[in-house]
Design a protein around this ligand. Sequence first.
Ligand code: ATP
Ligand code: RIB
Length: 309
Amino acid sequence: MSKSAKLAVLGSINADHILNLAHFPRPGETVIGKQYQIAFGGKGANQAVAAGRAGADIAFIACVGADDTGERIRQQLAQDQIDTSPVETIAGEATGVAMIFVNGDGENSIGIFAGANAALTPACVERHQQVIKDADALLMQLESPLESVLSAAKIAHQHQTQVILNPAPATQLSDELLALIDIITPNETEAEILTGIAVKSSEDAARAAGALHEKGIGTVLITLGSRGVWLSEQGNGQHIPCFRVEAIDTIAAGDTFNGAFITARLEGQAVVDAVHFAHAAAAIAVTRPGAQPSVPWRAEIDAFLQQQG
Ligand code: ATP
Ligand code: RIB
């Protein structure tokens, strides 16, 4: 694959309302926040931005509402080097929203209103099928209707477009969908929901990866937060640690990892090198607040890697 290999990302766009507080409110409790910001997010958009800023040739299939937020997000995506022609504006719908609490340990808890993201139907996928056919890889997540993810995976599979799925938020998936995936990137929770195997050790990760290989997926990358990833290719597994940084907010760490990883793969980097590149991008992201505001540009990732030797 060359530098001009094309990426299609299909997924969600949200306006993130982020409230930092000392601890998560318990049922019935009110906690006074320390800081509040609205920033652009959504797993699909975050991954598209991570790829765009890392240098991918990328088009994004998504939906925004016919509101001011949707228009501003579309403009920002274009500035992030993304072809937004497959981003539809849905009349009568609001742009998706995520309400995010971040506690004093930098952990987050998220509630979502899909809004216009629900309009990313199989019919919408069909309208943009040429983008998928023309791409070398299709990257998706699960904040879009599942039947649309399946339709897109089928189109990609039929046209030799590699399918990479970040199965977040966690849910069980059909064998039909899993069989169409080339690379899957669950975190530990998602891996457990997909396989029934709790990932507490390398042995568990190897078994969970094995269960996903049995469904027909060649490459499994289980992300382990600050411990890095478990990479398993056709059953050959290894732990690849990530960089040690002072994490302040892990929102979009996984999204940055995914967008950067597939960008590096499409440049022809070996899988292990692409994981290092993605670890660097995600390490930078966790040192900054918010989703898209935290995603680094290529020059920042290259400088970080150089510094780390
Ligand atoms: P999120 O839902 O918070 O976006 P996730 O659960 O999908 O993330 P994680 O497994 O938490 O994904 O992390 C993905 C990658 O981000 C890790 O493999 C690593 O590269 C990077 N990362 C996450 N947390 C840290 C950290 N504390 N320090 C350095 N890198 C981190
Ligand atoms: O992965 C982080 C994202 O999840 C946030 O940007 C929020 O929009 C939710 O979709």
